[in-house]
Design a binder for this molecule. Structure first.
Ligand code: NDP
Length: 282
């Protein structure tokens, strides 16, 4: 029997959702695996968020993604949180499990999937550039996966300090905050360097305040920026002999985790990446 339309619906709640390339990526996975599901964009104003979530319950949605400004505000409208979403205090993926809407955070999980293709997160000494939502998501997953130490380098001491407090108190890992003033030199004992700032988004030449000569062969250098994927940091790190992970991989892998949560299948990440690249015009 073909699945009914409403029971096979997932979506994305955001503001200014025009042309969300995630739609192409998720629907490519559904088509490739013969699932008659749909993933739709819903532009939801902050004051309508509660009604929108109740609407997904009423219409039998299997789940939905939510992006800024809804990642924190959605929590009171849900029935529970997954482990990392509870630690981060932010949700980007909601999954209907039986009749409960459970909030998950797949951003950090997507990053970890990318990382595991080149290195084991356990025991890593990490430099995290940035302390916003993406940094928080990635740092919490790294902590849960056994990273040894995370140095948070951020412009705003308040956000940097909050992330370090979270890592120390809830994940019990070594963490320190370094205020970002001038070009930061990566300590030679570092295994993993991550740009989790928004620097580089839509600007391939945007420069991080970083002493590039401190990047050493053997370090893994990752960027959360997915568009363009070949950021200045990724190009510099490659030229220095580092292994690199671009933000497009993270975006694809968070989509993979979401599709797995909603449908129970393991989608083909290659199909999803190609669809995303086409949608982004890459
Ligand atoms: P936030 O606004 O929460 O955080 C932005 C971070 O960037 C803060 O640490 C901020 O520092 C820092 N920053 C911004 N501009 C500068 C600057 N000029 N100099 C120094 N630091 C700066 O954003 P998010 O964390 O939600 O998103 C960050 C990026 O991650 C976005 O570009 C987004 O596209 C990307 N992202 C990618 C994902 C993927 O799957 N590839 C998933 C999620 C996000 P301060 O605290 O001092 O303001």
């Amino acid at each position: 029997m073909p699945p009914s339309f409403l029971h096979d619906l997932v979506g994305s709640m955001s503001q200014g959702a025009d042309g969300n390339p995630t739609v192409a990526m998720i629907e490519a996975a559904f088509a490739h695996h013969g699932l008659r599901w749909r993933y739709i964009n819903m532009e939801v104003a902050p004051e309508d968020l509660g009604d929108a979530v109740r609407g997904t319950r009423a219409m039998g949605f299997k789940g939905f993604n939510c992006s800024l400004p809804h990642k924190v505000a959605v929590i009171p409208h849900l029935d529970g949180l997954g482990e990392s979403a509870a630690l981060m205090g932010a949700v980007n993926c909601v999954v209907r499990r039986e009749d409960r809407l459970i909030g998950e955070n797949t951003d950090g999980k997507g990053f970890l999937t990318s990382l595991r293709s080149v290195a084991d997160p356990a025991g890593q000494s990490v430099v995290m550039l940035g302390a916003g939502g993406a940094a928080r998501a990635v740092a919490v997953e790294l902590g849960l996966a056994g990273a040894r130490r995370i140095t948070v380098v951020n412009r705003s001491p308040r956000r940097g300090g909050e992330l370090v407090d979270l890592l120390r108190s809830r994940l019990r890992i070594e963490a320190e905050f370094v205020p970002w003033t001038g070009d930061f030199a990566i300590p030679s004992s570092t295994g993993l360097v991550i740009n989790a700032t928004s620097i580089g988004l839509y600007d391939p030449d945007a420069r991080l305040a970083l002493d590039v000569s401190s990047l050493l062969p053997g370090m893994v250098v990752a960027d959360v920026i997915g568009n363009p994927p070949r950021t200045r940091l990724i190009r510099d790190a490659e030229a220095r002999g580092c292994r690199v992970l671009d933000g497009l991989g993270m975006l694809v892998n968070q989509g993979v985790v979401g599709v797995r949560y909603w449908t129970g299948i393991d989608p083909d990440a290659g199909v999803m990446r190609r669809a995303l690249e086409t949608a982004l015009g890459l």
